[in-house]
Design a protein around this ligand. Structure first.
Ligand code: HGY
Ligand code: MN
Ligand code: MN
Length: 415
């Protein structure tokens, strides 16, 4: 195939949209959106569908012991593959695009090659990694972290969700406890196309986010033990209120984010009180705090400020507070030559670009220390994600997938 012909290859948008909408049926929620929590029955439905598409495309498919699904299209030479990866598990109130776009656009890159008959020098692999979200089983990016050796396989298999279900047992139950050893493929390089999940591209009117790296993530679960008592008869001076302590931690987290400023964010996503009754002072509380920053030193500062606040709350309210780290990943920077490639490829396609860090965690951040890695963002309407209203216009999906296609071909054919 001549260079110009290769340069003119494009993604079949109808096929991509059909795959996105069809996969969106697996775990579809009444009012729209998707719930495909990792290793659930709906995750199985999605996995079965995607593996079926991988096989329809004639790819060699492997499932590893943490359930990562990797499909390979052979190249002219038996070299380490160019890998395209992301995830198909979702949060409980997920959209159609988070993760799914990255996996399905990878299948469409393969589809375009099949349609054109073009065989690149290197093989091309498409990976759907287990439990990227971490909503049910922490940490997030579990499958890609195990693939890259960042998280020990047996440690991951033993992790439990809030109801006591175990990763290894759930993998077996849904039939995705594979045999391949995690990490059996070290890619030549790694690409992930993803919706931005934030407001920047839309606010600035740009189409392609040229992602320079991913910010650091710190998830902590606090378990607070106080004294349950009568809401009406217990004088304020005698209270040891786990519910109040949980609320005070949430206020402290928000204060700390404001004090540090910049990219610092803080989120309390889970608050559970026991016995959770209107007229009972809570005996125990479970609360999670998600801290993130692009700067590791500032993230550590946020963590130490939070610890000081929690210690002070425990002391003043007379409750005991224990903590458990659910996830902790340092910020990563993507390979400059890969970031430059995305920017140049987008400009070649006449698309506007903007360099930016990722606020969300992604499988790509696990590959960044191991091979040249980068991401491509496309706009999220209203900056909405982890929300059933998540939406990206088809022309933006197409733009991002075409940048992916051309950048993948450039790396697949390079000397
Ligand atoms: O939490 C995250 O950033 C990702 O969605 N797992
Ligand atoms: Mn994602
Ligand atoms: Mn997500």
């Amino acid at each position: 195939m001549s260079e110009p012909t290769r340069k003119n290859m494009r993604i079949d948008l109808d096929s991509l949209m059909n795959r996105l909408m069809t996969l969106g049926q697996d775990g579809a929620l009444e009012g729209g959106g998707v719930c495909r929590l990792a290793l659930s029955d709906t995750d199985k439905l999605g996995r079965d569908r995607v593996i079926g598409w991988m096989k329809e495309l004639g790819l060699t498919v492997s499932v590893d012991r943490i359930g990562n699904m990797i499909a390979v299209l052979p190249g002219k030479e038996d070299l380490p593959p160019v890998m395209i990866g992301s995830h198909i598990d979702t949060v409980a109130t997920g959209g159609l695009y988070d993760g799914n776009l990255g996996v399905l656009s990878g299948l469409e890159v393969i589809n375009s090659l099949k349609q054109s008959g073009y065989i690149p020098r290197r093989p091309i692999a498409v990976g759907a990694f287990t439990n990227e979200e971490g909503s049910r089983f922490a940490p997030d990016m579990m499958g890609s972290a195990v693939d890259r050796g960042t998280l020990d396989l047996n440690e991951a298999l033993a992790i439990k969700d809030a109801e006591g279900f175990v990763v290894g047992e759930e993998l077996s139950r849904i039939g995705y406890a594979g045999e391949a050893e995690p990490g059996h493929i070290t890619p030549h390089c790694f690409f992930e196309l993803h919706v931005e999940q934030g407001p920047v591209l839309e606010e600035e009117g740009e189409v392609i986010g040229v992602v320079t790296g991913v910010q650091g993530i710190s998830w902590t679960e606090f378990t607070i033990t106080g004294v349950s008592n009568h809401a009406g008869t217990t004088p304020m001076r005698l209270r040891h209120d786990a519910g109040y302590a949980a609320a005070a931690i949430a206020v402290a987290a928000r204060r700390i984010a404001g004090e540090i400023g910049g990219y610092q964010v803080a989120t309390v996503g889970v608050t559970e009180l026991d016995p959770n009754l209107v007229n009972v002072i809570a005996r125990t509380a479970r609360i999670t705090v998600d801290l993130r920053n692009t700067d590791e030193a500032l993230l550590q500062k946020a963590e130490s400020l939070l610890k000081a606040a929690v210690d002070e709350i425990a002391e003043s309210e007379g409750v005991t507070i224990s903590s458990r780290t659910l996830a902790r990943f340092e910020p990563v920077a993507f390979a400059p030559e890969m970031v430059d490639l995305i920017e140049a490829t987008a400009k070649d396609l006449g698309l506007s670009t903007r360099r930016m860090p990722s606020g969300a965690g992604h499988d790509a951040q696990m590959f960044a220390p191991h091979c040249p890695t980068t991401m491509i963002f496309v706009p999220s309407q209203g900056g909405i994600s982890h929300n059933i209203e998540e939406y990206t216009a088809p022309e933006h999906l197409h733009a991002g997938a075409n940048v992916l296609l051309q950048a993948v071909l450039a790396k697949a054919d390079e000397e």
